[in-house]
Design a protein around this ligand. Structure first.
Ligand code: NCD
Length: 318
């Protein structure tokens, strides 16, 4: 897997490319990127100068803990520097500066710009304004491609494969950008079945289901986890996205719709894994944390290595 040719292929494939949607990546790109992440984990010393003299602007218009800090750790572990704008309330955005002006200006200071924003499609707008590659770190209810990358990586590390599996996505499938991107990523693999479990009003968008159907993804919708838990290889549970609700009473009535408990885990396969993009609120009982099938903290950690692989590839230095 980790031969130099393949690692070079990964690096040249992404060189100077923006990552706006997970749809940009095919199976080959995923395999090469994951091979690079594997090598970074095994040989971290080889990569300490991969982003030397490079600066990444991290511009977050929405709250973030994992995504922002893992991107910052990633560029620093590659020897690069960071402009951290992870609280836009302290920037000129509060003075009314447009996204375009902020991005154009910051792209003059940096070699790569990582952007999170509450409106879908903002990464595309930013790309037009930017002089350097943009990485979409979440655009509202749209996409979160780097989360999908780390989710796919976690599945391949923990199950040894992403082909021939059943993934059950649970929770707020309407607003959750992580499930939107993960479902798209799974179309690159063979014979994947996806179960969507959600309250009626938080179902996966119909247009997305139709789009994925055309790509051959096997999908089915359910309201109950019990109906599908026994066949599940990956249980991917998500938070109900409070910030997307206008009626907070509605949020309150839905927030505890599904909870992973030790009891539920008894009905699951011995080799099933439980994933969550985090933050979790009440969706996974802390009693499940010690179950070897609970992989969400490893998943978060893999995020840093996958982002290192992506940054090294985009900046084009092995
Ligand atoms: C997710 C996000 O921001 O979409 N968090 C993350 O990046 N790990 C999920 C969430 O906030 O629920």
């Amino acid at each position: 897997m980790n031969n130099t040719k393949q690692l070079q292929a990964s690096i040249s494939k992404f060189s100077a490319t923006s990552l706006l949607s997970i749809d940009q990546l095919d199976r080959d790109s995923l395999d090469t990127l994951y091979a690079l992440a594997d090598d970074i984990i095994i040989n971290p010393g080889r990569y300490t100068s991969a982003a030397k003299d490079k600066i990444m602007a991290a511009v977050f218009y929405e709250p973030s803990t994992r995504t922002s800090s893992s991107f910052i750790a990633a560029i620093q572990r590659l020897g690069g520097g960071v402009i951290p704008i992870t609280g836009v309330e302290f920037s000129s955005v509060t003075k009314g500066e447009t996204l375009e002006d902020t991005v154009t200006m910051l792209s003059g200071y940096s070699d790569l710009l990582v952007l999170r924003h509450p409106e879908p499609g903002t990464a595309q707008r930013a790309k037009k304004a930017s002089r350097v590659p943009i990485i979409n770190a979440g655009d509202g209810v749209g996409e979160h491609p780097t989360q999908a990358l780390l989710d796919g990586y976690t599945i391949s590390k923990k199950l040894g494969k992403v082909d021939n599996i059943t993934v059950t996505m649970v929770g707020d499938l309407k607003h959750g950008r992580t499930v939107h991107s993960l479902a798209r990523l799974l179309t690159n693999y063979d014979n994947v079945s996806v179960n969507y479990v959600s309250p009626e009003i938080l179902k996966m968008p119909k247009t997305l289901i139709e789009e994925l159907d055309k790509k051959g993804l096997k999908q089915s919708e359910h309201s109950d986890i019990d109906a599908v838990i026994g066949d599940t290889d990956v249980l991917y549970i998500t938070r109900v996205q409070k910030e997307r609700f206008t009626d907070l009473n509605e949020y309150e009535s839905l927030k505890n719709s599904y909870v992973v408990t030790p009891d539920l885990m008894q009905s699951a396969k011995d080799k099933m894994i439980v994933m969550h993009p985090l933050p979790r609120l009440g969706e996974i009982s802390t009693d499940v944390d010690d179950d070897p099938r609970a992989v969400y903290f490893d998943q978060a950690k893999y995020g840093m290595y996958v982002r290192m692989a992506l940054i090294a590839s985009i900046l084009g230095k092995g």
